[in-house]
Design a protein around this ligand. Structure first.
Ligand SMILES: O=C(O)C(=O)c1ccccc1S
Ligand SMILES: [Mn+2]
Length: 258
């Protein structure tokens, strides 16, 4: 029998399978989530040059990097939320590597997300399933909002009462986790929850239900408009940081070329 990986390499080489980068560039101005002022805050990204072919290193270029775990395009592990705190294999360095490659269902909410407080509901997902079939267990569900096309302040979309960005409502997150057994939920916005998700019940329901079931989050994704509703395979391997709650990572999608 032909090694299936040989078929994959051949499909990549011939262009039958395309690799799509779903990652935003990690930069010193990469936005981080803004929480109420009484809580701790993520450190900003710092890229500090050590040398660039100069007296500090005549033949080499390198930097010191510092950033919060939940910065830019990043992965949330179950330990990140109190509901997942006591689960086994709940940190980025212990979660099963088999979970780092999985199929994806992409739900296009780009039109509805013109309303920055749009919330994805069960009805939206059931309408998606009526067209594309049932969401398989252990699949990523990626919410396309085209939010990654926004620049600067419009991306974080902060107002006096916090961020106003689209996301899932509580009922759909419980349903996706408990009725469809999804592997994780991904968004283009800062956070898997809506910007006003702290006011939902339970607060931050994507974090609450995903991580309570040992499932994962992806945030600040880009280019979801490049993906088909079904058929993409996601590669998402967080940094293997000791007892880490999450990490910036490169997220890639393998998609079949028409
Ligand atoms: O996972 C995140 O980046 C995120 O959204 C978050 C981070 C820390 C505290 C609360 C939240 S809600
Ligand atoms: Mn996060």
């Amino acid at each position: 029998m032909t090694n299936p990986l040989t078929l994959l390499v051949s499909a990549l080489g011939s262009g039958v399978v395309e690799v799509v980068d779903l990652t935003q560039t990690l930069r010193e101005d990469s936005p981080t989530i803004v929480l109420p002022p009484e809580f701790g805050a993520s450190a900003p990204v710092r890229i500090e040059r050590i040398s660039r072919y100069d007296a500090n290193g005549p033949a080499w270029y390198w930097n010191n990097l510092s950033f919060g775990e939940h910065t830019g395009t990043h992965f949330d592990a179950p330990v990140h939320w109190f509901t997942g705190r006591d689960l086994p294999l709940n940190t980025v360095d212990t979660l099963p590597v088999a979970d780092m490659i999985a199929p994806a269902c992409v739900i296009d909410c780009s039109v509805e997300s013109a309303d920055p407080d749009f919330l994805l509901t069960i009805a939206h997902v059931e309408a998606w399933e009526a067209k594309h079939g049932r969401i398989p267990a252990r699949a990523w569900v990626l919410m396309r909002s085209d939010w990654s096309k926004r620049q600067g302040a419009a991306y974080a979309n902060l107002r006096d009462d916090g961020a106003h960005t689209p996301g899932p409502d509580a009922a759909v997150m419980r349903w996706l986790v408990e009725e469809r057994g999804i592997l994780g939920f991904g968004t283009e916005t800062i956070g898997t929850d809506a910007g006003q998700g702290g006011h939902l019940t339970p607060p931050y329901p994507a974090h609450h239900y995903l991580h309570g079931a040992g499932r994962y989050g992806l945030q600040c994704l880009a280019a979801l408009d490049r993906l088909p509703p079904t058929g993409a395979v996601i590669l998402a391997a967080p940094l293997k940081v000791h007892e880490g709650s999450g990490s910036p990572l490169r997220v890639l999608a393998l998609i079949p070329k028409e």
